[in-house]
Design a protein around this ligand. Structure first.
Ligand SMILES: C[C@@](CO)(OP(=O)(O)O)[C@H](O)COP(=O)(O)OP(=O)(O)OC[C@H]1O[C@@H](n2ccc(N)nc2=O)[C@H](O)[C@@H]1O
Ligand SMILES: Nc1ncnc2c1ncn2[C@@H]1O[C@H](COP(=O)(O)OP(=O)(O)O)[C@@H](O)[C@H]1O
Length: 274
């Protein structure tokens, strides 16, 4: 089975408290971004008794045996011993350590693909609970529709937000910012403007009311983030922000087209429509 795990963007992100378990509570709206990897999951060929993964595209740091797709399938196998070994093929396109949730998306789509291919009949809730064990933002990719994420970023409230047709540019400056490192820069506090109410207003107002605490905390160490944001606004964006814990920065155009902009060759740039 071939699937295309997509990335996500964060519209606003507020880290509100540090929890006793070392994680943080947050408030953020997650929206799917149609920038995808390609993942194939097949029963392993005869004679292969262990699950294995073949990786192409963007290099993924770490041992392939610990890839989130492999870990996702192993979680299911632990509960469904009848599941055979599988051969996974992952062509990695979405930048890593970018705040785009790419690894979490691969894991969530591996769970969904295995559920379908092997007829496990797991409910959406059950798939979400497997996903939560793999990463805080992994469960989002099970339903994969705009939500207000709260608590550890793994509990979701519905939100009425239609961004269909909004033009978007995502710029990844080839800078890997680890999630744990990014959280270490943050001093938790309550948002100045409640996010749900701010996002209910036109995109043109978000610049003054919707922000990302990671952007505020990381920009002094990584001034390139502010430079990219400035360039997106210069290209006519109605709103621009860091996504998640970075380092990807996106711009949104509610009406009209992004002006042509030249970016350094080492950057990866995605242009499309939400
Ligand atoms: C910051 C966010 C916002 O959407 O996204 P990304 O920038 O990674 O895309 C998420 O909270 C990232 O979620 P995820 O990438 O799944 O993180 P996890 O693997 O669960 O945790 C990695 C590390 O981040 C910190 N962490 C994560 C989530 C959270 N609510 N509080 C935390 O303090 C912890 O130090 C943890 O050990
Ligand atoms: N399939 C995968 N794709 C991306 N990263 C993966 C994958 N499996 C494991 N990882 C690990 O997860 C981390 C990055 O995860 P990712 O979700 O891309 O981060 P972010 O959401 O911050 O962009 C890296 O340390 C990487 O080694």
């Amino acid at each position: 089975m071939l699937v295309f795990p997509n990335a996500k963007l964060n519209l606003g992100l507020y880290v509100t408290e540090r929890r006793p378990d070392g994680f943080h509570t947050l408030e953020s709206v997650f929206v799917p971004l149609p920038w995808t990897d390609a993942l194939e999951l097949l029963p392993a060929p005869a004679g292969q008794s262990e699950t294995s993964i073949m990786l192409t595209g963007r290099p993924i740091p770490g041992d392939p045996a610990t890839n989130l797709c492999v870990r996702a399938y192993a979680l299911l196998q632990a509960d469904f011993p009848q599941l055979p070994a599988v051969q996974l093929y992952l062509h990695k396109i979405v930048p890593i350590g970018a705040g785009l949730g790419g690894g979490s998306a691969d894991a969530a789509f591996a769970l969904k693909a295995a559920n379908e291919l092997f007829g496990l009949k797991l409910t959406v809730e059950s798939l979400e609970s497997y996903a939560r064990r793999l990463g805080s933002d992994c469960a989002f990719f099970i339903r994969n529709k705009p939500v207000l994420a709260v608590e550890r970023g793994d509990v979701f409230e519905e939100i009425d937000l239609n961004l269909d047709g909004t033009a978007c540019v995502v710029v990844y400056p080839n800078l890997h910012i680890g999630t744990a490192e990014a959280y270490a820069h943050i001093r938790p506090q309550q948002p100045a403007h409640p996010l749900r109410a701010a996002l209910a207003q036109p995109i043109s107002t978000w610049r003054g009311t919707v922000s990302n605490d990671f952007e505020t905390a990381l920009t002094p160490s990584y001034p390139v983030l502010a430079e990219i944001k400035q360039q997106l606004y210069a290209a006519g964006a109605a709103y621009a922000s860091l996504s998640g814990s970075g380092s990807a920065v996106y711009g949104l155009w509610a009406n009209g087209e992004p002006a042509a902009t030249t970016w350094p060759v080492e950057y990866t740039v995605w242009r499309g429509v939400l």
